[in-house]
Design a protein around this ligand. Structure first.
Ligand code: COA
Length: 260
């Protein structure tokens, strides 16, 4: 598939998706959101791919936010639709994917950019990265899940302060608050993320997708995470991956998982 705003590279069972609008600091316009949706949908079905790394092109930005020029003149209905469609097509879609998504935050992750990173399962920042939700300085609030995921990740009080001040935090501050799992030099960012990806691909894809579902259930209204876990745990016993994993352990060899 040909994309205008993103680039995909697949190697060693890991796909790297690069948002490629460097002249606009990789700002998320509607076309890019749509391409990302298609790409994640396709990669989710691709058996060769077990992990996805999401990053931005250039050295300056991961994603500097939703494309302000696109929504500056929107009405109430258009604004509501923008948030609803974006959440469904991209942010919730990534969070609920069967495969782990690692955000490699290579610079500014602001507004929709930070919201995109927060929808991913794991976040790693380069040491020059700056993160924030500046929406309140534009007269809006975060609309791609930021008011929900930021408190989940760093706690309500810190999230309130970040949203209300509309300020930016450094990669080190993000690490201290648990917003990112690691901070590494920019030149080592993708290699570091690939290292995490290669640890993940050794494990059962089936178990990993069930783990994502179970962890997410804790944050979904009307879901009981413990019950989701019990159901998913039980289902594992009917999979080839479970037979292979336990047999390999008992035979003192490395497991070779098929994801079945
Ligand atoms: N939407 C649309 N265009 C954006 C953008 C966004 N969110 N963020 C950056 N750009 C564009 C700029 O308009 C500029 O385009 P131009 O060269 O055609 O004028 C280009 O990207 C480079 O940005 P610039 O502002 O010149 O870079 P800078 O180094 O001076 O500042 C930032 C970098 C990130 C501090 C600044 O671009 C910024 O504040 N961006 C908006 C962040 C934001 O509010 N995001 C939340 C949106 S909801």
């Amino acid at each position: 598939m040909n994309y205008e705003n993103i680039v995909i590279h697949i190697e060693n069972n890991s796909a790297t998706v690069t948002i490629n609008r460097p002249s606009k600091l990789n700002a998320l316009n509607v076309a890019t959101i749509s391409e990302l949706h298609k790409a994640f949908k396709t990669l989710n079905k691709n058996k060769e791919v077990q992990v996805i790394i999401l990053t931005g092109s250039g050295e300056k930005a991961f994603v500097a936010g939703a494309d302000i020029s696109e929504f500056a003149h929107f009405s109430v209905d258009e604004g509501t639709k923008l948030a609803a469609e974006g959440q469904e097509k991209l942010f919730d879609f990534i969070e609920n994917l069967n495969k782990p998504v690692i955000a490699a935050i290579n610079g500014f992750a602001l507004g929709g950019g930070l919201e995109l990173a927060m929808a991913c399962h794991i976040r790693v920042a380069s040491d020059n990265a700056k993160m924030g939700l500046p929406e309140a300085s534009l007269g809006v609030i975060p609309g791609y899940g930021g008011t929900q995921r930021l408190p989940q990740l760093i706690g309500k009080g810190r999230a309130m302060e970040m949203i209300m001040t509309a300020g930016m935090i450094t990669a080190d501050e993000a690490y201290r608050t648990g917003l990112v799992n690691h901070v590494v030099p920019q030149t080592e960012l993708l290699e570091f993320c690939n290292g995490i990806a290669q640890k993940i691909v050794k494990n059962s894809p089936n178990a990993i997708s069930k783990a994502i579902k179970s962890v997410n259930a804790n944050f979904k209204e009307g879901k009981n995470g413990y019950k989701t876990e019990i159901k998913s745990f039980g289902k594992c016993f009917g999979t080839e991956d479970f037979k292979e994993g336990t047999t390999a352990f008992l035979e003192k060899r490395k497991a070779v998982f098929t994801g079945k």
